[in-house]
Design a protein around this ligand. Structure first.
Ligand SMILES: Nc1ncnc2c1ncn2[C@@H]1O[C@H](COP(=O)(O)OP(=O)(O)OP(=O)(O)O)[C@@H](O)[C@H]1O
Ligand SMILES: [Mg+2]
Length: 201
């Protein structure tokens, strides 16, 4: 059965499109709905030569009806850095909501609004940390977030700041297509394993 994952964050520039595209590459049989009028992933899709993931540019408010027509095993929805303009409807139409969080006080201050919105939708969700410096102990940040009792699981795999993510984006690729053995690939593959378990326990 098709599963749909919405990638959200009220903050801009945290890595939603990066994580969305990299997960969609790993999911193989996937559609990406780009609901951001910046068209980041639509442009990324234009740079690709592979058939999958299919990338569709669509207004957030139309995503729910479009989802009825997709035939892929997975759908990923990339959203703009806001909860307005149909993003709540996108979350309601999804099976799982992945919140991308860049660790920092301003980002933590803003995440509670995102979490309240997710609570209203009643959808299962998780936070994934992105942009973590390679020398930072991710386990400590994850522990701190868990201690904050935000009421949402924290993915046990944090995605670190790696130039591979930028190099892959330039070429319309995911890091796993650049090299399966890179640290960036290993991390995103672990995140994808964990996410599949979280969605289909
Ligand atoms: N883990 C990472 N390592 C290195 N660069 C990253 C990583 N995550 C994101 N970036 C870079 O940070 C910038 C912002 O990422 P991205 O566009 O994915 O964020 P976004 O949340 O989708 O932004 P917006 O809110 O504008 O849509 C991009 O240049 C991207 O290549
Ligand atoms: Mg984006």
């Amino acid at each position: 059965m098709t599963k749909t994952i919405a990638i959200v964050s009220r903050k801009g520039g945290v890595g939603k499109s990066t994580i969305c595209s990299n997960l969609a590459v790993l999911a193989v049989n996937a559609t990406v709905l780009d609901c951001d009028d910046q068209a980041t992933l639509a442009d990324w899709g234009d740079r690709r030569s592979q058939l999958y993931p299919q990338v569709i540019s669509i207004a957030a408010k139309r995503a729910a009806s479009y989802l009825q027509t997709t035939k892929t095993e997975w759908n990923f929805i990339d959203t703009p850095g806001t909860l307005d303009g149909g993003v709540i409807e996108v979350m309601k139409a999804s099976d799982f909501v992945l919140v991308v969080l860049r660790y920092g006080q301003f980002e933590l201050d803003s995440v509670s609004t995102t979490l309240s919105a997710i609570q209203v939708t009643g959808k299962p969700a998780a936070i994934v940390l992105n942009h973590i410096h390679p020398n930072t102990k991710a386990s400590e940040l994850i522990h701190d977030l868990e201690a904050a009792e935000l009421g949402i699981p924290i993915a046990p795999i944090a995605i670190r700041l790696r130039t591979d993510f930028q190099n892959a984006a330039v070429q319309g690729m995911g890091v796993a297509e650049l090299s399966k053995s890179s640290k960036a690939s290993q991390e995103i593959m672990q995140l994808w394993q964990w996410l599949q378990q979280a969605i289909n326990p």
